[in-house]
Design a protein around this ligand. Sequence first.
Ligand code: ABC
Ligand code: CA
Length: 470
Amino acid sequence: LSGAEWQKQSIYQILTDRFARTDGSTTEQCAITSYCGGTYRGLIDHLDYIQGMGFTAVWVSPIVKNLEGDTPYGTAYHGYWAQDIYSLNENFGTEQDLVDLSAALHARGMYLMVDVVTNHMGYNGCGDCVDYSLFRPFNNSGYYHPFCEINYDDDNSVRTCWEGDNKVSLPDLKTEDSGIRSTFSDWIKDLVAKYSIDGMRIDSVKHVEKDFWPGFLEAAGIYGIGEASSLTVLDGNPAIYADWQNFYWVQETFSNPSATMDNLVNGINTLKGKADTTALGVFVENHDQVRFPSLTSDMSLAKNAIAFTLLSDGIPILYQGQEQHFSGGDTPNQREALWTSGYNTQSELYQLVATLNRVRNHTLAAANAESGYVKYQAWAVYSDSHSIAMRKGDVIGVFSNMGSGGSGYQINISGGNSGYSGGEQVVQVLGGDCNVITADGAGALNVQVGPDPVVLYPASVLEGSGLCGH
Ligand code: ABC
Ligand code: CA
């Protein structure tokens, strides 16, 4: 799938071990650092749950064979501790199961994104005691940089020292070596072909020197979303990068009713000056960060953070469990088993996400979607200390961080800013009552802001959207 096509998807992030079991159990306990039994079969059986929320692509955690047994941090249930890149992690199923998952997604018109790690392997023990003969194919110390701990203030150290620590060390590959590069190129080419993979989530991007990536991406022949914490890696690189900045501002602003919108407004403007925001992966939770509801249990604030993310520029990514208001904190506690939710499709956030994806997917199906939405960089058409109205194309989202206890007030979005024409009818598509607001002669709107987000959509384009009974 091309990069331009990826920009129209919305991605649901899965930790395979924690999403669904082959036996479909919703009661099986999950000891948080052990394998909990999630599989590709289980995932295939629950694709309705994902598609029912409107997601069009699934990112699965790393698939290759990892170190076995228990470490001080538990097992390799997350998949980031590879030992053999030519075999699959059998805990998640067989090769045929993964082929079947890919086919099942494609049969629904959905796409498969696989998490890939080229920076390191994983070893149960200290950096100076690694038994390199365990690794396939990089089976001696000559393939690796000498052990050192990363100093995050030094880019060279970030690239050549080792992630992990002395309990579980992550031997850092000499990715600058042409032999290693060609091994990885052959590997990814075969992997993409064998499992019909549509996109990659590329782990630890900034820990690998930049000039590794063009060759790797070319060999893969598909798009990659890189895990990055600096936008500078965008330069000259064909992949899309996940946006830490956006994550940070959204979390800061919406988790805290005493924060003002200024940071968010300034942040968005700065980011737009530095990068093509329409090409970034955007998220408010992932498997490495504390979950938003661990910062505040307030449901309205969670709704605003999710709505803001799904209607932002770029490719929205939702991490499994967000739709069930899971509240795990630091690693590994944010990696709860999803099945304990009973895959509740009636939950408030599941329903919210479904509606938001409907808005986005319907807009993206329109003839002018490319210029009218995908490439249209969202901007603040209104903001005060607790509310912000963001316009992207003809969708306006109004978000607030007043929290559930806040009292509503009216804001006015001016005619020039709203983009709506004089007298145009605009529908409030969230919240179920589908209120219609009529713009005044100049296209200006009065909107009631409250604790929950508001999404405005022109009545004239609702047909066929599945929104408000259409
Ligand atoms: C294990 C235990 C942990 C223990 C740790 C020492 O060992 O589980 O409890 O604390 C995998 C596993 C982890 C495991 C590690 C190490 O391996 O999933 O459970 O931790 O054994 C990727 C993956 C991640 C994976 C690896 C390794 C890499 O997503 O799941 O971890 O394959 C750094 C790396 C990044 C890595 C992340 C976990 O750590 O760069 O590749 N993720 C800042 C830094 C980032 C840093 C991040 C950590 O903090 O800049 O470099 O990521 O949260 C923004 C700023 C950013 C800032 C963020 C948080 O805020 O702009 O700079 O990022 O605003
Ligand atoms: Ca490295």
